[in-house]
Design a protein around this ligand. Structure first.
Ligand SMILES: CC(C)(COP(=O)(O)OP(=O)(O)OC[C@H]1O[C@@H](n2cnc3c(N)ncnc32)[C@H](O)[C@@H]1OP(=O)(O)O)[C@@H](O)C(=O)NCCC(=O)NCCS
Length: 173
């Protein structure tokens, strides 16, 4: 912990009292966003992948992700009922004055460690093709560009770059 250098004080699970500060960050960073009730529902549903970064108890960043679990329905006996998960990041944002200080990366690191017990294969996300800052951030955190979705976004219309971080390799380490 080193607050003098503005190093993140911690990453925590989002609580109801963190929703308004998170919404303010969304507004400030101009993201298409979750509404209050989206955060509220996930917190009430006990989603562990709703995280906030705090400095001196002040919310300076957040990450909203969900785990999607798949069950194999293949008829091959050995694979029957095999379950695996994918993680999807819906939103991640850091207050402008705190950007480029490692807070976004700390949120992603925590997300990865939280998915460890769920046989999670990869983390996926979509990002506006013009959002060079975020694309650079994801690449720094070992996400790869996979493909593009035409006109995925509206207001303004824009393609989405779909990115993925493969988590499989960690199973062998
Ligand atoms: C993307 C974001 C969450 C990254 O958070 P962060 O705390 O700044 O990220 P970190 O400090 O861990 O990582 C820094 C890296 O992110 C990228 N980055 C972050 N801020 C940047 C900026 N203002 N300009 C250019 N690149 C930037 C760079 O790759 C940077 O690496 P560098 O310092 O070596 O240049 C943050 O920039 C943000 O909130 N952006 C606006 C919201 C957004 O676009 N979210 C993604 C939606 S898909």
């Amino acid at each position: 912990m080193n607050t003098e250098k503005n190093i993140i004080t911690g990453v925590f699970r989002m609580e109801l009292s963190d929703i308004l500060p998170a919404l303010r960050i969304l507004e400030e960073t101009g993201l298409e966003s979750w509404k209050y009730t989206d955060f509220e529902t996930d917190i009430q549903n006990n989603n562990p992948l709703l995280l906030v970064g705090k400095i001196n108890s002040r919310v300076v960043g957040f990450c909203a992700a969900r785990l999607i679990t798949y069950y194999s329905t293949t008829s091959y006996t050995s694979f029957n009922n095999l379950a695996f998960s994918e993680c999807e990041i819906y939103n991640i944002a850091v207050k402008r004055e705190y950007q480029k200080q490692g807070i976004g990366s700390s949120l992603v690191d925590r997300l990865i460690s939280l998915t460890k017990d769920n046989n999670t294969e990869s983390i996926w996300l979509e990002v506006r093709s013009s959002n060079k800052q975020a694309i650079s951030f994801y690449q720094k955190n070992d996400f790869e560009k996979m493909y593009e979705r035409k006109n995925f976004y509206s207001k303004p219309p824009e393609n989405a770059i779909v990115m993925r971080k493969n988590l499989r390799l960690r199973f062998f380490s």
